[in-house]
Every structure is written in structure tokens, then in C-alpha cells.
Ligand binder design. Sequence first.
Ligand code: ZN
Length: 157
Amino acid sequence: MNERLDDLYRDIILDHYRSPRGRNPVDRPDIATDGYNPSCGDEVELKVEIDQDRVKNIHVDCRGCAISVASGSMLAEVIKGKSIDEIKEISHVVRAMLKGDTDDIPEDLGDLDALKGVRQFPVRIKCALLAWLALIEGVKNFEEGHGADGSSISTEE
Ligand code: ZN
């Protein structure tokens, strides 16, 4: 990255980019959503297995720039073990934060705070949003009873 991200943010993002979390396969997903960010060419494949209303396994395969991969990796780390209600809340907070609508990130979300730095680079915001928009769509489909059928989203609505 040649962008002037603050050092701390850059280190966290590069760590997730170099060793992304959530790469194990999920064989029987309850949520399956693909996402595409045409403005940068980033792609994400999101699969989530739910057990007793909680995230049991998650697979986030993001192919694209460092910001998109790091954001997907953070998503995988943060939502593991969380309930459906919790991941809905987290994903909406992250979306609002990336869009600049809020600065209030709950402290237990740790590394996600680093994504705030992305707001300095408006062209990168969609890269960071990609995996989260896929999650929001996937959870919506899951609640409607067809999360496993597969769906796809684009950052250009
Ligand atoms: Zn990107």
C-alpha cells in the first residue's frame, strides 16, 4: 500500500492481509453470499455455518486489494461465535462507521477500529465495505429462510 495510513492502522491491516483469518472451508453453509466491488475489482465469497443461532464456522475468501482482504479477515475474526442479533448489530455499526456516520465502535471489536483510517481514502471505502455488505445480505436471506441458496451483491447498488 502506498497510502499514508497511520502506522498503527497500517500494521494491523497488513497483518490481516498477509495472514487472513477465516480461510477454512465451510462445507454446509447456512449463509452463502458472493460480493463484487467493480470500482477496484475485489471479490469475496462468504460462507457461514450457523448452529443454535450462533456462528459456528465462517469462510471468507476475499481476492483483491489489501484493504478488502484485511476487512474480510477482520469480519471472520469478529463474528465467530456471535449470535445472529450480534452480527447484525456489528455489521450495521461497521457500515455506518465506514460511511462516516458514526465513530462509536464498541471496544470489544478490537482491530475493526483500524478500518476507520480507510475513511481518509474515499475510493477505498467500498473495498472495506465489500465483505460486510455481503454479510448483511446473507443474514437477511438467512432470516427469510433462503440463506443457503446463494446470492450476490455489488458495492454499486
Ligand atoms: Zn479494493
